[in-house]
Ligand binder design. Structure first.
Ligand SMILES: O=C(O)c1cc(=O)[nH]c(=O)n1[C@@H]1O[C@H](COP(=O)(O)O)[C@@H](O)[C@H]1O
Length: 234
């Protein structure tokens, strides 16, 4: 398992490289891994990824690829050129797409997103999925693993069951994490950092509670201490 500091992933959901770099600077050594998602990537392109990697940070490229297998495989080969550490695809792209993704990933940890943390049972029903969130997450997790994927993105609410089904070596990355008292925002299914780890998450993704904090370094440090406390009390 990666070192403790690698378990916290900070989502750089901002509009510019300048804002992103400011957060990275202020967080300092409290975290090693930063997530570049659709907002920042669309604004700044791959150069922000190259710059973060060149400054010694690990980058999680969260573009949630979901396309025909050939296109996803080709996009992942481009992501490898950027030396990212982790990236995402949607598990609902199906087995052929997942296989193309895992084949193309090489040393990059390819994570399959199961059911978005903003979605509930009613949202699934609206798009024609009759099962509940839990059932859908387990189904997609098993499908991803069967096609060579080594990690998932899922809510901590499903992490315990996933950990039981998928075993200790699988990465389970959980967004929708909120320290006690923090704003929930648009997340439907939130848990605290400690609860996520206790449920079996290997990594947590935290965005606004750190990036919009008056003191991002202090916010990151507090979360890190909560994670450390949880592991020590096991
Ligand atoms: O793939 C993700 O990282 C992701 C999957 C998911 O199901 N839910 C989810 O919130 N995320 C991402 O996790 C981050 C959460 O940010 P905050 O809600 O600000 O902590 C955002 O960058 C989302 O894009």
């Amino acid at each position: 398992m990666s070192e403790m500091r690698d378990r916290l992933i900070i989502a750089l959901d901002v509009d510019s490289a300048a804002q992103a770099q400011q957060i990275v600077q202020s967080v300092g050594d409290s975290a090693t891994t930063f997530k570049v998602g659709k907002q920042l990537f669309t604004a700044e392109g791959p150069q922000i990824v190259r710059d973060l990697v060149a400054s010694g940070k690990k980058v999680f490229l969260d573009l949630k690829f979901h396309d025909i297998p050939n296109t996803v495989g080709a996009a992942i080969r481009q992501a490898r050129e950027l030396n990212v550490s982790m990236l995402t695809v949607h598990a609902s792209g199906g087995s052929k797409m997942l296989k193309a993704a895992s084949d193309a990933g090489g040393p990059v940890l390819v994570l399959a997103v199961t059911v978005l943390t903003s979605m509930n049972d009613a949202d699934l029903s609206e798009i024609g999925i009759a099962g509940n969130v839990q059932a859908q997450v387990l189904l997609l997790g098993a499908l991803a693993r069967a096609n060579g994927i080594r990690g998932l993105v899922a809510s901590a609410h499903e992490a315990r069951e996933l950990r039981r089904e998928l075993g200790a070596d699988f990465a389970i990355v959980t967004p929708g994490v909120r320290p006690a008292g923090a704003e929930k925002g648009d997340q439907a299914r939130v848990v605290t950092p400690a609860a996520a780890l206790e449920a079996g998450a290997s990594h947590i993704v935290v965005g606004r509670p750190i990036t919009e904090a008056a003191d991002p370094a202090a916010a990151a440090k507090a979360i890190m201490e909560e994670l450390e406390g949880t592991l020590q009390s096991r």
